[in-house]
Ligand binder design. Structure first.
Ligand code: AMP
Length: 218
């Protein structure tokens, strides 16, 4: 099963993707995580991506598309994958179509996570992530057992540099401008499955699984 998960920054798409990855043994491809790992390791890609990410802007399509193409060619993707944070523009969606056609592959469903903006702003301000394994926590809703220490790998849990109010506002604007049109693109192909994450991730996952069942995918 190959999935795409779409949702505004802070909508909880990473959390839903992690649950689905575990449950259905999927490779989890988060472009944001790949960029952050490149930034941390000081690679040329990381150095170039950082200037965009710090401002809440999108990294140029050319860099992002070749990074995803490389990742999709790795062996673990053969068992199925969930793309988290990609595509984010129509150009990326079209590049993905070409990549899939070349490899005789296809996307089975596009998960669209729905959350109100006010809830997003509140959640992102209190979001914390593990520097080492990328696990997501929230000081209000899902705190770590020991403050600042990851429950999963004991790594440092920090606030992402781009989770400050100005950058979040910019990321939301960018999302509605560039990524929202993708919902129509995939709705026209009959691929959209919605999950409402206004309340909690259990409800969101239940919506998604019901949608996937209705389409005969699981
Ligand atoms: P995320 O962790 O998905 O919120 O991504 C963090 C940041 O990485 C975004 O605000 C963008 O600057 C960059 N980014 C992640 N995925 C993409 C993508 N598909 N295209 C362009 N930029 C991206």
């Amino acid at each position: 099963m190959n999935l795409i998960i779409l949702g505004a920054p802070g909508s909880g798409k990473g959390t839903s993707a992690t649950v689905l990855r575990e449950k259905y043994s999927l490779a989890h491809i988060s472009t944001g995580d790949i960029f952050r790992s490149n930034i941390k390791n000081g690679t040329p890609l990381g150095v170039e991506a950082k200037s965009y990410i710090d401002k809440g802007e999108l990294v140029p399509d050319s860099l992002t598309v070749s990074m995803v193409e490389d990742r999709l060619s790795q062996d673990d993707c053969k068992k199925g994958y969930i793309l988290d944070g990609f595509p984010r523009t129509l150009a990326q969606a079209e590049a993905l179509e070409e990549m899939l056609a070349k490899n005789n592959d296809k996307i089975d469903a596009v998960l669209s996570i729905i959350v109100d903006d006010e809830i997003i702003k509140d959640r992102v301000g209190s979001r914390r992530v593990c520097e080492k394994c990328g696990a997501s926590f929230n000081i209000k809703f899902k705190p770590t057992m020991v403050p600042g220490v990851c429950d999963l790998c004991a790594g440092n849990v920090i606030q992402r540099a781009d989770d400050n109010p100005e950058t979040v506002a910019n990321r939301l604007t960018t999302y509605y401008k560039n990524t929202q049109p993708l919902i129509d693109f995939y709705a026209n192909k009959g691929l959209i499955v919605e999950g409402n994450n206004n309340v909690d991730s259990n409800k969101c996952i239940a919506d998604i699984e019901n949608g996937l069942k209705a389409k005969g995918i699981i």
